[in-house]
Design a protein around this ligand. Structure first.
Ligand SMILES: C[S@@+](CC[C@H](N)C(=O)[O-])C[C@H]1O[C@@H](n2cnc3c(N)ncnc32)[C@H](O)[C@@H]1O
Length: 185
């Protein structure tokens, strides 16, 4: 359970996403979270996976093909446009793995404005007790601004409607990543 931040993000989602549900990977990158979600929701469920980079979509497609997964829609667009793709459907959960694509262009990063817009839109579609899990990397250029925008938005969410938790390492140096988890009540 304490192996790493991504394992912990998956552990949280596994506790609330059910087989057969529709879920969102807001930043598919190399496809690790997409593949994880695809397994959790099973053949009767569906994953909507977004990324603005062609390379990320291609990497994720390759990973899904080699794992024989067909329950995923790969969407080459910003997650802030999610309402163009998912309408009137309940979402069982979502993951955002923020920052830049590893081993790629470090200037193509997730940004506060679009991340907050996407989170806000997903919250309106999320099932009761559903979770949005955000893995927040903030050590790179632009990371601090995004972290601050996100925290500002989450701090004002009505506690009667949402529970927001922050999970983080307390003995790691150099801006360790942390998790923000929002549960709809
Ligand atoms: C840390 S990586 C994601 C890693 C990925 N989840 C995985 O399992 O490999 C962040 C990704 O967010 C993407 N991204 C940046 N801004 C975005 C946006 N507005 N909408 C969707 N994806 C975005 C980047 O292209 C990058 O691939």
């Amino acid at each position: 359970m304490l192996k790493g931040i991504l394992n912990y993000a998956h552990y949280l989602l596994e506790g609330s996403v059910e087989n057969g549900e529709k879920v969102v990977d807001a930043t598919c990158g190399n496809g690790n979270d997409t593949l994880f979600l695809s397994r959790v929701v099973g053949e009767n469920g569906h994953v909507y996976a977004f990324d603005i980079q062609e390379q990320a979509i291609a990497n994720t497609r390759k990973k899904l093909i080699s794992n024989e997964k067909t329950n995923v829609s790969l969407i080459h667009d910003s997650h802030e446009n999610i309402s163009d793709y998912i309408k009137n459907q309940e979402i069982g959960g979502a993951i955002f793995n923020l920052g830049y694509l590893p081993n790629s262009d470090k200037t193509v990063i997730t940004k506060g404005g679009s991340t907050v817009t996407a989170v806000d839109k997903i919250l309106s579609l999320l099932k009761k007790d559903g979770l949005i899990v955000l893995v927040v990397y903030h050590g790179h250029a632009g990371g601090k601004d995004e972290k601050e925008s996100l925290l500002r938005y989450l701090l004002q969410l009505d506690q009667k409607k949402y529970t927001v938790l922050r999970y983080g390492f307390i003995n790691q140096k150099n801006d360790p990543p942390f998790i923000l988890a929002i549960q709809k009540r």
